[in-house]
Design a protein around this ligand. Structure first.
Ligand SMILES: C[S@@+](CC[C@H](N)C(=O)[O-])C[C@H]1O[C@@H](n2cnc3c(N)ncnc32)[C@H](O)[C@@H]1O
Length: 413
């Protein structure tokens, strides 16, 4: 066959007969995509791998347990020839040629009338990579190109804005605890497509430096309040930019709904009819202890963990936390925004029965280059915060889990 490039096309196989010859590894790899395409799959093979067998048991394919016979390709639209018997493969591809059925061959790409591209999916798009001719076929290279494109689209390093479907509006994106690698794939992509980013002090600020120059980056802490409260000023900045038809990302630390006021922002946008999408994020309440070697649960040690805001002291009338009940729990307590009030908090927990030698760890600037962990006990934590100069942001973990990891350090007495 002359060396012309292959012509790429997307087959719409729903309800159409596809014949697969051979039930080995090649079939196992290809069948899920054929099933997903809705093909009416007829497998002919004396044996099959356990996964292929499971597909037949589940009714996703029809399996005849025998060798290929002339006539098997009747009524087929497409064939995958992948038996271990070259002679049978040759006969089957001759039948395919005669019947004008496009066929791929696992053992001889030169003799095939179709090639399977390396494929991947990202946000409603299929990326399919083919080499131009049979001689240049290098499946690892095509797979690597596919991976580079799909990964790039997913993580936003390859920017392909949605021109038709892209909607102005706001995305509340949970940016994770700070390490730029700990934002979600969706969050990173939306960030890469934004016109305006309004960012908090916490979260993956390093990502802001990577944004293209046309993106307007606004520091939420620096929005002038004027006659507003800080939060109202942020809400009105979101509304103002979205009303100009821009794609706005509100980049928040951790998860937008964990002490993040995300719902207030969503409500403010809803009131004026601006569409808002929320992208969950990895909350510091779990990820920061984890980054410091502390599991918030551990078999045989803690069957629960409770995440509490420590931004007001236990005796403050604005506090909504039932500290006496928390003192009675046996699991892990995770306190956010608690550095300033930890003395009062520890005192209250001990006064209501929590042992004074309960281990405590403070993890400051978790997941960033500046991360540090300081260990104490409920009895010593107030003093430790002072002497060690622990500063917000920090996550405070109280409970026996503090001691289970290999990185646990001795508490300061
Ligand atoms: C206003 S709350 C926001 C929490 C955020 N929505 C989340 O899910 O992680 C801020 C508090 O989260 C904690 N925090 C957030 N990021 C942190 C980090 N990288 N290291 C330590 N603590 C962090 C601190 O307790 C900080 O005072």
């Amino acid at each position: 066959m002359a060396e012309h490039p292959a012509y790429p096309v997307g087959l719409r196989l729903t309800g159409r007969r596809v014949v697969v010859l051979g039930g080995g590894q090649v079939a196992q790899r290809r069948l899920p995509a054929l099933i997903a395409a809705g093909a009416d799959i007829f497998l002919v093979s004396p044996g099959a791998t356990a996964s292929v067998e499971a597909m037949a048991d589940a009714g996703e394919i029809t399996w005849q347990r025998r060798r290929y016979e002339e006539g098997d390709l009747e009524n087929a639209w497409y064939a995958l020839i992948a038996t271990g018997d070259t002679e049978a493969n040759t006969r089957a591809s001759a039948e395919a040629e005669r019947r004008r059925v496009w066929c791929v061959r696992s053992d001889d790409a030169d003799e095939a009338t179709a090639w399977t591209p390396a494929t991947g999916h990202s946000e409603g798009v299929t990326v399919a990579v083919l080499t131009t001719d049979a001689k240049g076929r290098d499946p690892r290279h095509t797979a690597a190109i596919r991976d580079a494109v799909v990964e790039g689209l997913r993580d936003g390093t390859l920017v392909a804005p949605h021109h038709r479907t892209r909607m102005p509006g706001v995305a509340l994106v949970g940016g994770g605890p700070g390490d730029p690698d700990l934002i979600t794939v969706r969050g990173r992509r939306l960030l890469a497509e934004a016109d305006v980013v309004i960012a908090d002090r916490l979260g993956p600020r390093d990502l802001l430096a990577e944004l293209p120059p046309h993106v307007e980056v606004i520091d939420a802490a620096k929005i002038p309040y004027g006659r507003f409260m800080a939060q109202e000023a942020i809400n009105s900045a979101l509304i103002e930019h979205a009303k100009q038809g821009k794609s706005v990302v509100r980049l928040k630390g951790g998860d937008p709904y964990v002490f993040g006021r995300g719902m207030e922002e969503l409500q403010a946008l809803a009131e004026v009819g601006i569409p808002c999408t929320v992208v969950p994020g990895i909350s510091s309440s779990i990820s920061v202890p984890s980054a410091a070697g502390i599991p918030v649960t551990h078999r045989g040690v803690a069957h629960e963990f409770t995440v509490v805001s420590g931004h007001v002291a236990p005796d403050d009338e604005r506090s909504l936390v039932d500290w006496p009940s928390l003192a009675g729990l046996t699991g892990t307590l995770v306190i956010l925004m608690g550095v300033d009030k930890i003395g009062k908090i520890a005192e209250t927990l001990v006064a209501h029965g929590k042992p004074a030698d309960t281990p405590v760890a403070l993890v400051q600037e978790g997941t960033t280059a500046a991360q540090r962990r300081v260990d104490a006990t409920l009895a010593t934590v107030a003093e430790t915060v002072r002497t060690e100069d622990v500063k917000p942001p920090a996550v405070i973990v109280i409970g026996e889990v503090v001691k289970v990891g290999p990185t646990a350090s001795a508490p300061r007495e």
